[in-house]
Design a protein. Structure first.
Length: 454
């Protein structure tokens, strides 16, 4: 695998951090330029404007001019007394009037204004002015008395906006660089090992991708080896089963010939033992051959199955099995689907296996229920017997290969393959098997669920 070295993650982060700093500086300079332009265009009065106006009024007063209220800046507060100390004009509220009186009498007080006393020809004026910038327009001043606060809000808004943009861009970059990692892990999770690991521009991510690539190769080799060994194992079992079948057939044939000769009662019993156990061995061998073949055949042919015809065929098979022990078969059909996709032979084999178990475990002249239903995309075949039900171990392990329950449920000739085969068929049809004990009465309940869309 050829993977580029890429940039270090901290360098990429540092690049975005520098971009954030540069944009923030540009934003600050833009605001400063805007303030300067506003002051030059007389949109905003600078913070020392009021102080300069007061100084001009003081010069006019020294020149012996009379008081002119139009020259008082609108953002200032003032009271004009005539020469008899009577208030002639004022724009102060009650609080500021008190502060001006305290100023006149030399009392201590706190205020946002700086007060100045100017003596004109026709009286005395006390002016209170703040050292802050103001809009030249009175309308703007009434809406926003202090432009500094507006500028702080604008600055913080821009600062947050820049941080948000940088964070989004950095997140998109990480998401893009993490995509090869996500894609690789999803491929491995889906057991698709035939893919090429893609590069990332981040050094640390590439190191992880190299590890994933090496793991993929090792996993693929391991799985191929495991599959090959499993295939060889199945082939050997199948070949061995065929090899054993021939001598068993010879033993059984000779035992049957021996039985036809003149034998004493004891020898005849021994001969029956040989024949019966040879039959059992043949059944074991047939099961081994079936399992080996089914494990090797991965792509069983599926076809469209007419459910009504399939169910009728099943009923005939099940009636024949139940008749062996005079067991009544109760059928309950509740489905609407008419066609499903699947392997008819495998499904028939699985359901007959379930019914065979149910017949073996049910008492003579009892009853077995056969229910066919559907739920969403799942088609369900359920068989309920009248036996003793599953024990705790059976509910957990009954679908395991060669599993046989303890003596309380084990009856007849069982080899622990029936439900294992049923579950194998269910998986091939995108489904599963549910084992439980009946709730309405004593007995076991086995449901084969298959996906109708697979």
């Amino acid at each position: 695998m050829d993977i580029k070295r890429g940039k270090s993650l901290y360098l990429i982060f540092l690049g975005y951090l520098i971009s954030f700093c540069i944009l923030s500086i540009i934003w600050i300079f833009s605001l400063v330029a805007f303030i300067n332009i506003s002051v030059n265009k007389d949109i905003i009065k600078p913070a020392n404007y009021m102080e300069n106006q007061v100084e001009k009024l003081k010069l006019e007063a020294k020149q012996g001019l009379e008081f002119d209220s139009s020259k008082i800046p609108y953002s200032s507060k003032y009271i004009f007394f005539d020469n008899k100390n009577k208030v002639v004009k004022a724009n102060t509220d009650e609080e500021e009037t008190k502060n001006i009186n305290k100023y006149l009498y030399g009392e201590k007080f706190s205020s946002k204004y700086v007060y100045n006393k100017i003596i004109f020809k026709d009286g005395t004026c006390i002016i209170g002015s703040d050292i802050k910038a103001h809009f030249t327009s009175k309308i703007l001043h009434d809406l926003i008395p202090y432009p500094e606060k507006l500028l702080i809000v604008v600055f913080l808004t821009g600062f947050i906006f820049i941080a948000l943009i940088i964070a989004i861009k950095f997140g998109e970059k990480l998401k893009k660089e993490l995509h090869p990692l996500k894609l690789s892990t999803e491929k491995i999770m889906n057991q698709d090992l035939d893919f090429e690991v893609k590069n990332s521009d981040v050094k640390e991510f590439n190191e992880v991708l190299i590890s994933i690539s090496n793991m993929k190769i090792a996993l693929k080799e391991s799985l191929m080896m495991q599959w090959y060994m499993e295939k060889e194992k199945k082939n050997q079992i199948c070949a061995l089963a065929h090899d054993i079948k021939t001598p068993i057939t010879i033993i059984k044939g000779n035992a049957e010939l021996l039985k036809e000769s003149q034998l004493c009662q004891e020898d005849r019993e021994f001969t029956d033992y040989i024949i019966n156990n040879a039959d059992k061995v043949e059944k074991y061998i047939s099961i081994l051959i079936d399992i080996s073949k089914s494990s090797l055949e991965k792509n069983e042919t599926k076809e469209a199955i007419d459910i009504d015809k399939f169910v009728e065929e099943l009923k005939r098979e099940l009636y024949a099995l139940c008749s062996l022990k005079s067991i009544a078969l109760s059928n309950k059909m509740s489905y609407k689907t008419k066609i499903i996709i699947g392997n008819k032979e495998l499904l028939m084999r699985a359901i007959v296996n379930i019914m065979s178990n149910a017949v073996d475990y049910s008492p003579t002249k009892s009853e077995i229920e056969f229910v066919v239903s559907e739920k969403e995309d799942m088609f369900i075949f359920t068989i309920r017997d009248s036996g003793r039900g599953f024990n705790e171990s059976g509910l957990k392990n009954a679908t395991s290969q060669f599993y046989m329950e303890a003596n309380e449920r084990k009856v007849g000739e069982h080899y622990g393959m029936g439900l294992y085969i049923v579950e194998s068929v269910a998986k091939k049809h995108g489904g599963f098997v549910i084992l439980k004990n009946r709730e309405d009465e004593v007995g076991a309940e086995v449901s084969l669920m298959i996906n109708t869309k697979v």
